[in-house]
Design a protein around this ligand. Sequence first.
Ligand code: C2O
Ligand code: CU
Ligand code: CU
Length: 577
Amino acid sequence: MNKNMRNSLLILGLIILFNSNASAQSYNTLWIPDTLTGTNFNLTIKDTFAQIVNTGNQTITGGINGKFWGPTLIVNKGDVVNMNVQNDLNDSTTIHWHGMHLPAVMDGGPHQIIPPGTLWQPYWEVKNQASTLWYHPHLHEMSQEQITKGIGGFIIVRDAAESALALPRKYGVDDIPIAITDRDFNTQNQFSIVPYGDSIMANMTLRAQYSVPAQYVRLRLLNGAIEASYNLGFSDNRSFYIIGTDGGLLDAPLLINGTTPRYLLSAGERVEILVNFSGQSGSSVFLKAYNQSLGNFIPGGESFPNGPFASFLGHTNYNIVKLNVTNTTANPITSVPTSLVTNTYPLEQDAALTRIITLSDSAGVTSVPILGPNAFILGHQLFNINTINHSIPLNQTEVWELKSTSVFGHPFHIHDVEFKILTINGATPPTYQQGWKDVVLVEGGKTVRFIAKFDDFADAIHPFMYHCHIALHEDEGMMGQFVVTDINAVNEISKEEIPITLFPNPAHDKLFVEFKNQAQSAYYVTVKDFLGRTKLMLPNPYLKDGIDISTLSKGVYTISIMEKASKQVVTKTFIVN
Ligand code: C2O
Ligand code: CU
Ligand code: CU
């Protein structure tokens, strides 16, 4: 069915729905994802289904530990967190920890493919400051499809500085995570894989409403859309405070006021706001997207009635969630702190170089499936998974100059680091863009300069990505990659044999791996079954306590061990009984 036919059917469907069912006007309670805490996180990704549309078929979705989306992971700065990511989808996937500063081999980008039926066990020390991050699939050319299914989740990082502040912190009560996205449902209530949807969703809830207490409430807003930006504001044009952006809290709360207080949130971005509901018990207000005031070249600002970018939401204003003010809770937050945290940003004088990244239209040079002859590209080339575009020395501070000659706006995202925006078209950015960021909307024809320090994690063979966070653009090649390299690391390729002993063999529950040469250790361990299906992926494993093989059924397996310094791979066979 083509998009025009689909749209006519959809309109017909909507008319029927509106005429026959009063529930079209009713609201659904905003779903609040469960939380997981501690240092061990079990995440099982699977194909499932959920009753998202109130009447008719359930929708086929992808969910983590549930029917769609995934649990909110609450982690503490300084903890070592262990992720047990089980892929029970029928497809390969990856899970990327967006905004997290961690080793590239744990990052979950397009290179860390988790085949179906495989357990991936990355771990890292949380080095980020208190912030709202998220996780989502990042399989090359499949990001749009897998994100559309609903796979993803919030990560809330806590730390001592944030905990010492009088901020709302009761999850789901006065501290509410809201992932905003849009979807297009076909006549069978299934998601269409399209860049813009016709239905707005808050935490995968259509026509959401939620009760908020009559006091200051913190909203952690995430733009989880495939393409659209949302120009956020409240239906009564109330003012609100911004307390945090992508990478953490600002130095001080920033009041957004005036006749039309707005905050433009693009794909991948987060913002934490404080909204005052004191004394308003019994009233209601809508969080809305005011996209009618957006220009034609801001994602979500265009009006496309037909074609592959068609959307009822383009260039219009719409409700996202209705907030119903109820009673005040015990120990309410009734004021806004005057200051928040002390951020230390890298200084321009410490930058070793300016790296120029162009954002452009390929002008007929390249043809990709949906965007056609004019793909959007970075550095004048389409993404190639086998090309490392940049190599950055460990601990180097760099200015990145994002130079757009594209007609369209693109939310640029980089892995590994949080950055500080220096200038937009030569001018200091607005105050609300002066905090830590990992996504910045580069408007058509503009130049954005940011500064970042590439510290802590070097890896000569595992790259980090940078890309447009519009999943369609990313999938079609608007992406590049860089490695951070440590010049002091010993990295010589040894031709010597790497003697390794496996025991016991046959094994049960635990398999021990021992290097005869004590100076050698494992960098990556992969276990495959007799049919060659990957079962375990263990980046940089700690082998002292043995490998947990209790999830493997009886049979013959191969284990491939990449040695750390030489990157040589040794493959051996073992039996589970
Ligand atoms: Cu949120 Cu590389 O992505
Ligand atoms: Cu990311
Ligand atoms: Cu783009």
